[in-house]
Design a binder for this molecule. Structure first.
Ligand code: PHE
Length: 509
């Protein structure tokens, strides 16, 4: 997520084309709570329970039983706040929880300890500073991140807990699973809340036999199982400019050993997941009587993965792991050798190790062939019942069978951006230069909730004389659970339009 040379997109559920990562909005008042009206309406107990943990007034917000003071940085919608209690990664037989368990099985206790209950509210220090993010890093922007107040936010990644666990140094390694929050675009693979898993392994150079760190790491590497995937790893373990080792902290032998241990560990994980996905597809085909030629072909081909150089402020060298899946290279995780400053800052200067982060929804979408990220939040039995019993017996994984595709309804909204040339004038949010697409996405989510499948920019125009800028977005209203009536769609679209005018100061064309 947070590279600066190249912005890595790994942990998002899918590859994103955004030029800066993640999301968020300044709001002047509470958004209408009609947001989740449609597809949750049939499950009204949902709305009641999901908001039970959150109360807001103008000065404080209560999240998971704790109160926080808000200030002018506060930009979390009630919809997003209501999701802070869901913890899908801990719900028995939820596909996110099943995915977590499968990954945990590759990183066994007691070497690895599992942490699944960390609170989503963290400080900007934990989320950014402790990890070496520069003060002007785009990930810190309020357009990208949900802030409670200037110094407190909803974590944007599980790395926010790295420093704390390095300090505790309670085990040779750990896995953290948790909900993370990013203001983002609206489409079938982006949702403002998703789940990540963070993993790390450390060695203490003062405690390994003979104080020979590289030898100790290589000995642990020898003990890991082997796999038979085809791995493309064309780059050297480090490169002086592109992907440097931490000179002064690690010798070449040490950096190479840690990198090799990291790569094998993560290859084993990916192998486990994709072998299970293949087995699931094969079982479904067998049950259906025969296999389609495409599925047969996909199942016969050996799994191909490749290592790609990457950048994160808190690792060096760094990589992304990509998997060849249905004809495309797909990023599945980001990782690297942890920066020594983190260990030193945590009071453990003799510790050396690696870390990775992976988006669980994205993996679950591949594993279960779940076509739309909104489904993970469904309480519809037609969704949940398909995974019952799988957590205790992952051999029962089968591709998700979609329940009816409801019709799409496209509606366009065209508007002039607020700004110096706006007839409306006096936009409290500033001029057109302040335009951030994520703000529009947030208005749409708040007005229409999970009834919107995606939002796309379809036209842009700058008036040649006045310099005023206009944009046209196409919103696809499609519920996962029912056919929307014209009236419902029109009402939602009216709310979106009103929200854009009131919150972003645009002028409708
Ligand atoms: N936290 C990073 C992200 O969200 C992923 C990462 C974790 C990269 C650990 C390196 C090490 O993109």
């Amino acid at each position: 997520m947070f590279g600066s040379r190249r912005i890595a997109k790994v942990l998002l559920p899918r590859v994103s084309s955004r030029s800066s990562i993640a999301l968020l909005v300044q709001r002047s008042g509470p958004f209408p709570s009609s947001a989740r009206l449609c597809w949750r309406a049939a499950y009204s107990s949902d709305a009641a329970t999901s908001t039970a943990n959150v109360t807001t007034n103008s000065k404080t917000v209560e999240i998971n039983g704790k109160k926080y003071a808000t200030d002018s940085w506060f930009n979390v919608s009630s919809t997003v706040l209501s999701l802070t209690s869901r913890k899908l990664h801990l719900q028995k037989d939820h596909p996110v929880a099943i995915t977590r368990k499968i990954i945990e099985s590759v990183f066994p206790e007691p070497t690895y300890r599992y942490y699944n209950e960390f609170d989503p509210v963290v400080s900007t220090y934990e989320n950014f500073d402790s990890l070496g993010f520069p003060p002007d890093h785009p990930g810190r922007a309020r357009t990208d991140t949900y802030y409670i107040n200037k110094n407190t936010l909803l974590r944007t990644h599980t790395s926010a807990h790295e420093a704390e666990l390095f300090r505790a140094s309670a085990s040779g390694g750990y896995l953290i699973s948790a909900d993370v929050y990013r203001r983002d675009e609206v489409d079938r693979s982006h949702y403002p809340v998703f789940h990540q898993m963070e993993g790390a392994r450390v060695w203490d150079r003062d405690k390994v036999p003979g104080k020979d760190l590289a030898a100790a790491v290589l000995a642990d590497l020898e003990r890991l199982p082997k796999h038979n995937m085809t791995v493309e790893d064309p780059n050297p373990p480090f490169h002086p400019e592109r992907n440097p080792l931490q000179a002064g902290h690690h010798t070449e032998a040490e950096a190479a050993a840690v990198a090799a241990h990291l790569k094998r560990s993560l290859e084993l994980m990916v192998n486990e997941i994709f072998s299970r996905a293949k087995a699931a597809a094969a079982a479904a085909n067998a049950a259906a009587g025969d296999a389609s030629p495409t599925d047969n072909k996909n199942n016969e081909e050996p799994l191909r993965v490749r290592w790609v150089e990457a950048y994160f402020p808190f690792t060096s060298p760094s990589w992304e792991l990509e998997v060849f899946y249905q004809g495309d290279w797909l990023e599945v995780l980001g990782c690297g050798v942890s920066r020594q400053e983190l260990h030193a800052g945590a009071g453990r200067p003799s510790q050396v190790g690696w870390a990775f982060g992976i988006g669980l929804e994205r993996i679950a979408m591949l594993l279960f062939r779940i076509p739309d990220i909104r489904l993970f939040w469904s309480r519809d039995e037609r969704f949940l019942s398909q995974f019952r019993g799988v957590e205790d017996d992952p051999s029962r994984i089968r591709p998700f069978v979609p329940f009816s595709k409801h019709p799409a309804c496209y509606k366009d909204v065209s508007f002039w951006l607020a700004g110096a040339f706006s007839a409306a004038g006096g936009n409290p949010r500033g001029g057109a230069a302040d335009w951030h697409e994520n703000d529009l996405m947030e208005v749409v989510r708040d007005a229409a909730g999970d009834c919107v499948e995606d939002v796309r920019l379809v036209d842009e125009f700058t008036h040649p004389k006045t310099g005023r800028r206009s944009k046209c977005y196409r919103i696809n209203y499609r519920s996962l659970e029912k056919t929307l009536t014209n009236q419902e769609t029109n009402e939602m679209h009216d709310r979106v339009v009103r929200g854009l005018v009131e919150k972003l100061g645009v002028e409708i064309r």
